[in-house]
Design a protein around this ligand. Structure first.
Ligand code: BGC
Length: 918
């Protein structure tokens, strides 16, 4: 019998234990069916909304029945919006055409957070010594004790919520226990516009009698050093500050609030450096025992137990109360999952370097930090951890980190029972860690683990096939995404950047949505993209949050194709993935502002980009000099204009979807004219392009910039160029996502496969053969001789070239979206090369679609193929089955499907090299 699972609000998945708090006061609902028969046909749904009040008792607010088969983004059923702090529980059941109802779903719970400044009664507090510092300011420990009645009829706590944020990064403790599991809270946003806050259920941490709320705060992105070319300090404010509001409700309905105000105290903590780039220095001899526990006045001045040494006596000082946030700064729950510690990785090898240093290899380039456990040593002894991505000449390669130390230092307090340390307010991109100051007699592997941190997205897809190197490439793409989706989508996680470069995301978004559910995170980021764009008068920032705003060179408006087309490309991708048109409405003004402000040809003779504007073009193509990545083989203006036509085409669709008819007409004629101008400027009547390059042809083919006859010529030319280049890649950031696709679309699948499977540099598999575990920034970040590329900009964890994941999912394995939200998709693998098996899975808004194919040779030039598909309710799948001649398309709906067929495999493989003089 059909049942309902995964009942969710908007794009949030409420877990059974995690508290889900949002500011969406009329959330749409979605659910998925499981175990439905192929005859299942939903006709209507019942939604029951209850309000949770004291003691979790439920008060029914409404039961709504609607005749509708909708199961995705179902309108909020209650006739009113939810209010701040309101807690609801929702169940759903569905009736099918036979009059049969599903069981009620498990309840999904949602709590509304604080909605406006008026809901915050706390004050913004800071340390009295906080000032506009030019050097790093270490963490501060804030604390407040408070008394609660002993548990009794009047004193029993029904629930307690901690609403908290910081200008900086924070971790809270109550009575010595850590609150929640979020890393680098509150996360990174355009802080002038929006300061995110978190809500924690802290009911179980409170006790009758004296309690203590303690919060450690460090600079993080807010006032720590961040930005391009060395970065700047104090971008969003001169120092850190804290805002916290603990709301306690008793079973008898009474309420109590503990809020940050002038009665709080603050002292310096043991973290003596807390910087995103440079790392953390933790001096355990400066720990303040019991700092977040009650009755601490005694313990915080007493000496450390288990140590003969005298601990430092903390000087607690009254805090300074600042003005509340300006009305223009929203306090927001955001739309994204927080950053968490996701996974632990053990070292795989201990290396002694030629210089005699001890280096641990974690076997995986990852993002997070190293945790030390049970370490014993004399008080004051230091252990230093230096993080790098690669070794060069056997030693740690620190040059690619540029102005970034990436070093954590732990100073032991001398506790004979063992000490533990993990950094709280920094993260590094690394595979290798050099450990200095370790007692050689102690087994390192038992004491050290790497902790992987990123935004806690749900996995949305997998790919696997018969080629192990390609599978490794896919895993590297996944790891690249994991490392760079940390609060905001970043360019790289290791050096002095880690910024939300718009172009990188614009190009990777279609791959990203296939791999992880990143809707919430990107929706959140796009709000800031729009804000930064407003500040710059309509031109988006190169990076969002805009850390370049204080930089005299970079804060200027710098319109740039591809990078700023993110305003259109990213929301379009989120819409295509989910079918949720509200993301288009949310970003519509950002999109139109950008497309209207694109500087066009000054004398008005064409609709193309003003050619005097500098473009990053096909950034980092292999032909560009190591120190001039914009000097690509493809004319940068051609790239800019190809993306302009593509963006205009999307604006035609988008304006139609959001009901802006006049805009739609305007964009249609603009797209038509600009496309014609592109033709006139760059395309010969027969279909050759003025840049005879892989990127030029790939973009022209994929963005429909050619007539059908020209496209054939262009496809052949692209095939020739790739063949002539020994199947090596000639594209940079802009062309790479479209390269294999353009070959496939013009009927040259095997050339695409030859390129995909090429191992010499530059190629996708070259890094894999060089032991890469993530995607690299350059095709040759590591040169064939094992040395690091001499360019100033060499990261080993950049996701842009991983955009090829769309081809792996969509063409090798064969699962492609045909309609927004996956209501219609196809399973049409391109059988080629020596692939004989592939599997792809994707979690669509309707549930998991899984497609597998396998071929076997029968020895007579014929093959058999078996194709299996799993389709959830709500999705129609077109299965294209190869036949002896041609192919056959079967259209299937919900269910499990198997297709078997015999087909001829008559393509050339391996493809012979071109004769030398061709
Ligand atoms: C970043 C890139 C970015 C580029 C544009 C680099 O430093 O790492 O990924 O898109 O700058 O200028």
């Amino acid at each position: 019998m059909a049942s309902i699972i995964d009942l969710r609000f908007e794009h949030y998945h409420p877990g059974p234990t995690q508290l889900l708090v949002t500011q969406d006061t009329a959330p749409r609902l979605s659910w998925t069916f499981q175990n439905a028969s192929s005859a299942f046909s939903p006709q209507s749904y019942d939604i029951e909304v209850s309000k949770e009040s004291s003691g979790s008792t439920l008060e029914l607010l409404c039961t709504v029945r609607r005749a509708s088969s909708l199961s995705h983004l179902v309108p909020w059923p209650l006739d009113r919006h939810l209010r701040a702090r309101e807690k609801i529980s929702v169940r759903v059941r569905v009736w099918d055409s036979a009059g049969q109802d599903t069981p009620w779903s498990a309840p999904a719970r949602l709590e509304i957070g604080l909605l406006s400044h008026a809901d915050w009664q706390c004050e913004r507090i800071a340390a009295p010594w906080a000032s506009d510092t030019t050097v790093s300011d270490p963490e501060q420990l804030f604390r407040q004790e408070f008394s609660l009645p002993a548990a009794s009829i009047v004193g029993t706590i029904d629930q307690a919520r901690l609403y908290i944020t910081a200008q900086g990064v924070y971790e809270a403790e109550i009575n010595g226990q850590r609150v929640g599991d979020i890393f680098m809270a509150p996360g990174w946003t355009a802080y002038d516009a929006r300061l995110p806050y978190q809500t924690y259920d802290v009911t179980s941490l409170l006790a009758g009698g004296v309690n203590c709320l303690g919060v450690r705060v460090a600079e993080g992105w807010f006032s720590g050093r961040i930005g391009f070319e060395g970065g700047h300090r104090n971008i969003w404010g001169p120092h850190t500050a804290l805002m916290a509001q603990l709301e306690i409700r008793y079973v008898d309905g009474r309420e109590e609030r503990i809020v940050t105000d002038g009665s709080w105290q603050v002292t310096r903590g043991p973290i003596r450096l807390a910087e995103i780039y440079d790392g953390e220095k933790y001096d355990a001899t400066l720990e303040v025992p019991g700092w977040s526990s009650p009755a601490a006045s005694a313990s915080i001045t007493s000496s450390l137990e288990n140590s003969a040494e005298i601990s430092v006596v903390a000087r607690w000082e009254p805090v300074v109360v600042m003005d509340f946030l300006p009305a223009t700064t929203n306090l927001t729950t955001g739309f994204t999952e927080p950053v968490r510690r996701i996974e632990e990785v053990n070292p795989v090898q201990r290396i002694t370097t030629p210089a005699g240093k001890t280096v641990l290899d974690f076997g995986q380039n990852l993002v997070g930090y190293v945790r030390l456990k049970n370490i014993i040593g004399p008080r004051g002894h230091q252990i230093t951890l230096s993080h790098v991505e690669v070794l060069e000449d056997g030693e740690i390669a620190t040059r690619p980190l540029r102005v970034c130390k990436a070093i954590d230092v732990y100073t032991l307090k001398g506790d004979a029972s063992g000490e533990h340390y993990e950094p709280r307010f920094t993260f590094h991109g690394f595979r290798y860690v050099q450990v200095d100051g370790w007692d050689d007699t102690v087994d390192l592997s038992a004491s050290i683990k790497a902790v992987v941190c990123h935004t806690d997205m749900r996995s949305a897809g997998t790919f696997d096939c018969s080629d192990p190197l390609l599978n490794k490439l896919y895993q590297n793409i996944r790891w690249g995404m994991r490392g760079n989706f940390l609060s905001v989508p970043t360019d790289c996680p290791q050096r002095d950047e880690r910024l939300g470069w718009s172009g990188d995301l614009a190009l990777f978004a279609p791959a990203a949505t296939l791999i992880y559910d990143c809707f919430g995170m990107l929706k959140n980021w796009l709000v800031d993209v729009e804000y930064d764009q407003k500040v710059l008068g309509g031109v988006p920032a190169m990076v969002t949050p805009n850390s370049t705003i204080v930089d005299p060179v970079w804060c200027r408006r710098k319109p740039c194709a591809v990078w700023h087309d993110v305003t259109i490309l990213a929301p379009w991708e989120l819409y295509s993935e989910t079918g949720d048109a509200t993301i288009l409405a949310q970003q519509y003004s950002s999109m139109t502002t950008w497309i209207d402000i694109v500087p066009r040809c000054k004398n008005g003779t064409t609709h193309l980009w003003d050619p005097s504007i500098f473009q990053l073009g096909d950034w980092l193509d292999p032909a560009a000099p190591a120190d001039a990545p914009w000097k690509s083989a493809t004319d940068a203006q051609l790239v800019a204009n190809a993306f302009l036509v593509h963006s205009l085409d999307l604006m035609v669709l988008i304006s139609r979807i959001v009901g802006q008819t006049a805009d739609c007409a305007k964009f249609s004629s603009d797209a038509l004219a600009t496309r014609q101008d592109f033709q006139n400027e760059y395309v010969s009547p027969n279909g050759r392009l003025i840049s005879d390059s892989q990127t030029a042809y790939a973009l022209a083919i994929c963005f429909d910039l050619l007539t059908p006859t020209q496209a054939v010529v262009a496809g052949n030319r692209l095939k020739y160029l790739v063949h002539k280049n020994g199947f090596r890649i000639g594209t940079g950031f802009a062309g790479t996502p479209f390269l294999c696709e353009a070959l496939a679309r013009t009927g040259h699948t095997n050339i695409a496969y030859a390129m995909l499977l090429e191992k010499t540099c530059p190629s996708w598999l070259y890094p894999v053969t060089m032991d890469a575990t993530t995607m690299w920034e350059r095709w040759d970040s590591l040169l064939p001789d094992g040395s690091v590329n001499p360019g100033d900009m060499t990261s080993f964890n950049h996701y842009a070239f991983g955009a090829v994941a769309t081809f792996l999912h969509g063409r090798v394995a064969g699962l492609r979206r045909l309609a927004p939200g996956w209501t219609k998709c196809c399973f049409a693998p391109l059988i080629g090369a020596e692939f004989d098996r592939a599997i792809v899975e994707h979690v669509t808004p309707f549930g998991l679609v899984s497609c597998t194919w396998e071929t076997k040779q029968d020895g007579y030039g014929m093959n058999t193929i078996e194709m299996r598909a799993l389709v959830p309710y709500g999705v129609t799948l077109e299965v294209v089955v190869p036949q002896e001649t041609g192919e056959k398309t079967e259209t299937v709906g919900m269910g499990e499907w198997v297709f078997k067929s015999r087909f001829s495999r008559d393509y050339e493989w391996p493809i012979k090299p071109l004769p030398p003089k061709s």
